[in-house]
Ligand binder design. Structure first.
Ligand code: SF4
Length: 188
């Protein structure tokens, strides 16, 4: 566990055994796995948006899922397992949609090398926990790069809280959804 997303972080650095907020290690690790899965969805979401495909629903899902990872918004491990499963299902469905659209637009298959978060798949809680351990913030060795990535991710968490609240009230915005997908793809 390595969580440094709020001002309550242990020693003003990070919570590494149990959160000062009460977050358990399993919850923190599942949240890291969820962020990894969301990056895979965002990879294809960003590509799909560039082809003009509608991605609002995926952007709103990313907002809902990221909001769930904020400090003490949700400590329910089962909820995070369900969100990871949905992120993987959405990613694979969007991938098929994007690859077909790319072929139709370009007259050839998409041939870029895919990052691991665009291809990783697993089905159970244990596998999600194992992935979360391996993709924690500490997986980024350079502390400056890690700090920049966490700055972006934690900023997107805050943005997502407002996007999700607005969506519940009936206000949705394509540009914000596309930005969220692009930022998750590029920097989180
Ligand atoms: S969200 Fe909880 S676990 Fe994370 S830094 Fe804040 S107090 Fe620690």
């Amino acid at each position: 566990m390595y969580c440094n997303q709020c001002q309550e972080a242990a020693r003003n650095v990070a919570c590494t055994t149990r959160g000062v907020c009460g977050k358990r290690e399993s919850t923190a690790v599942l949240q890291d796995a969820l962020v990894f899965a969301l990056r895979g969805l965002a990879y294809f979401g960003d590509q799909a948006a560039m082809l003009g495909l509608p991605v609002r629903e995926h952007g709103l899902f990313v907002a809902q899922a990221l909001f769930a990872t904020i400090t003490n918004a949700n400590f329910d491990d089962d909820r995070f397992v369900a969100l990871i499963r949905e992120a993987l299902q959405r990613r694979d469905a969007l991938k098929r949609e994007f690859l077909a659209a790319y072929r139709a637009h370009q007259g050839r298959d998409f041939a870029e090398a895919l990052p691991e978060h665009a291809t990783w798949n697993a089905a159970g809680t244990e596998a999600f926990l194992a992935k979360g351990e391996s993709v924690s913030p500490l997986a980024t060795a350079d502390p400056n790069i890690r700090a920049l990535r966490m700055l972006i991710l934690n900023g997107l968490r805050g943005l997502s809280a407002y996007v999700d609240h607005a969506a519940i009230l009936g206000y949705e915005d394509d540009d914000i959804c596309r930005f969220l997908l692009h930022a998750m793809m590029a920097g989180a």
